[in-house]
Design a protein around this ligand. Structure first.
Ligand code: GDP
Ligand code: MG
Length: 164
């Protein structure tokens, strides 16, 4: 089976948009599973001749970011268990939130390599400033991306495929 790239993050940061971006021009095979995995969707993707599967862990909708952290973490945990690498998506417009920090703290304890994608960075100059705020999460270099525009995702994928 293909290596798995797990997309993790609190609601509304752009996980599903990123998954669709990474899986663009692929047949959109969406695979829903019952039980604890029901909110994960799997899509085929490739980059530079490397085939992999992207998992969107965010099917749940929340009113409050922080209230449902255990559920987000449970989803992330299930996805991470089978992943070769994880992309932790955060929102460059809001800066780091308490929920981001809690997820980051948990991710730092996992064995799976984690890449930090600072989404919604449409402006190149401002994006660098927005991304730099996320060094404090302790997950290494933040990648400024825009899932909507597709900017920055190539640089991110160049690193992702090193872990497949
Ligand atoms: P998820 O809950 O993490 O899966 O987030 P979604 O992919 O559903 O996106 C949440 C909201 O953020 C939607 O309104 C998207 O249109 C918006 N969004 C996603 N990616 C970007 C981006 O790169 N730039 C901007 N400005 N908005 C984005
Ligand atoms: Mg989503």
């Amino acid at each position: 089976s293909l290596p798995i790239v797990a997309i993790i993050g609190r609601p509304n940061v752009g996980k599903s948009t990123l998954v669709n971006r990474l899986a663009e021009e692929q047949s959109a095979i969406v695979h829903d599973q019952p039980g604890v995995t029901r909110d994960r969707t799997y899509k085929p993707a490739y980059w530079r001749d490397r085939d992999f599967t992207v998992v969107d862990t965010g099917g749940l909708v929340f009113n409050d970011d922080t209230e449902f952290l255990p559920l987000i973490r449970q989803q992330a945990m299930a996805a991470l268990a089978e992943a070769s690498v994880a992309i932790f998506v955060v929102d460059g417009r809001t800066g780091p939130t308490p929920a981001d920090e809690e997820i980051a703290e948990w991710l730092r304890q996992q064995k799976v390599p984690v890449l930090l994608a600072v989404n919604k960075c449409e402006s190149p100059e401002q994006g660098l400033i927005q991304a730099a705020e996320f060094w404090e999460l302790g997950l290494g270099e933040p990648f400024a991306i825009s899932a909507i525009h597709g900017s920055g995702t190539g640089d991110l994928l160049d690193v992702v495929i090193n872990y497949l």
